[in-house]
Write a protein that binds this ligand. Structure first.
Ligand code: KG4
Ligand code: ZN
Length: 357
């Protein structure tokens, strides 16, 4: 039986995954359970907040039990702390996890540590799987790209928990663009993995969608690309781009594949180019990529090739640690615990919480 020393119990319910994990010393995953709501939300093609919150209530306790069983720890009061996502996210969803974490911390007599979901996506790069050999942690200063369903930004970190915003999206998040264009192409929800799969099947690689470079800033914009995709779908269907009922499911498979490829090529090009430029300009000693879109194989390859060229180590978690999970909250929670961050019983959901100004 393992000892719970230096282990944190972490809870994450900010969006549509109910997740609990036990993480040791901010790196080693002891157990990590994620109950996904993808099937629940696919008929509506997006998340309905009330439906998400109810599903968290349904799965919170079973997921907690499973994480505890898999961790094989008997004495839970010997854990170091309970960490929980306080924001950003959906208020009703966040509250389920926060209430669970508060109850656990209070009943076990443990400190409660609030974590920003976005720093969780960055700290996923520190995680080690249960059987994974030790490897060096990311080194500072580092440049981190966070690309999720709700956020897209680049930050510089010169030390733990210190974030300087270099650039962010001025309109849609990259994941949001994947989801919207996926819907436009008649692909299943969520759009990211569906577009990646469709694009991989494309043999036509000549179409070029626009890239919004926004001068030499590190900011992003995906709304023009979305409009370009819409125009291309309308043209292929012989309809007007203003047609509200524009539905790419009437397109042939090769057309969908070609458009998916061109869309992904544009998003990946901008994300990879700006991240690599930031790393070079700032003399980063490592590059970190996190968030659901970091599960994209083409983005991973593009940034890996560029980082190799720069001679800068790249850390991108395996795909299931890029999408929402509680292990990343345990990793960030450990650093926060060590720096003295604590929450009281008044801890509340912070749906619009920022990471850095
Ligand atoms: O980080 P995440 O799980 O949840 C948020 O915090 O938003 O990110 C979800 C987003 C969705 O927009 C989804 O379409 C996108 O990540 N995503 C992907 C891939 N897998 C998930 N986007 C591109 N390629 C993928 N393979
Ligand atoms: Zn997320």
């Amino acid at each position: 039986m393992s000892t719970p020393h230096a282990r944190i119990l972490a809870v994450e319910t900010s969006c549509d995954e109910t997740a609990v994990a036990v993480v040791e010393a901010g790196r080693r995953i002891i157990s990590s359970i994620v109950a996904s709501q993808v099937e629940l939300h696919s008929p509506t093609g997006g998340i309905v907040p009330e439906v998400a919150a109810r599903a968290h209530l349904r799965w919170m306790i079973p997921v907690l039990h499973e994480a505890r069983t898999r961790a094989g720890i008997e004495d839970w009061s010997a854990l170091e702390a309970v960490a929980v996502t306080e924001g950003p996210g959906l208020a009703g969803s966040l509250l389920v996890g926060i209430t669970m974490a508060k109850t656990l911390a209070w009943s076990l007599g443990l400190p409660l540590v609030p974590v920003n979901h976005l720093e969780g996506h960055i700290y996923a790069a520190w995680l080690l799987d249960p059987d994974e050999p030790e490897r060096p942690a990311p080194r500072f200063p580092l440049v981190a790209l966070v690309v999720s369903g709700g956020h897209t930004f680049i930050v510089e970190m010169r030390d733990h928990l210190r974030y300087r915003l270099l650039g962010q999206t001025v309109d849609d998040a990259a994941g949001e663009a994947f989801d919207k264009v996926g819907r436009l192409l008649g692909l299943p929800y969520p759009g990211g993995p569906a577009i990646m799969a469709a694009a991989a099947a494309s043999s036509a690689h000549d179409r070029r969608f626009p890239r919004a470079w926004l001068g030499d800033s590190y900011d992003f914009s995906f709304s023009g690309l979305k409009t370009a995709a819409r125009r291309a779908v309308a043209e292929a269907l012989g309809r007007s781009p203003d047609d509200r009922g524009l539905d790419g499911s009437a397109l042939g498979r090769s057309d969908v594949a070609e458009l998916a490829w061109a869309f992904q090529d544009s998003v990946v090009d901008v994300l990879a180019t700006k991240t690599l430029r930031a790393a070079r300009d700032l003399g980063a000693r490592s590059i970190v990529v996190g968030g659901g879109v970091a599960a994209n194989a083409v983005l991973r390859e593009r940034i890996a090739a560029g980082a190799h060229g720069l001679g800068v180590p790249l850390l991108v978690p395996r795909p299931s640690l890029c999408t929402d999970n509680a292990a990343m909250i345990g990793a960030a929670g450990w650093q926060r615990l060590r720096s003295g961050v604590r929450a009281g019983r008044s801890l509340d959901a912070r749906p619009s919480l920022k990471l850095a100004a």
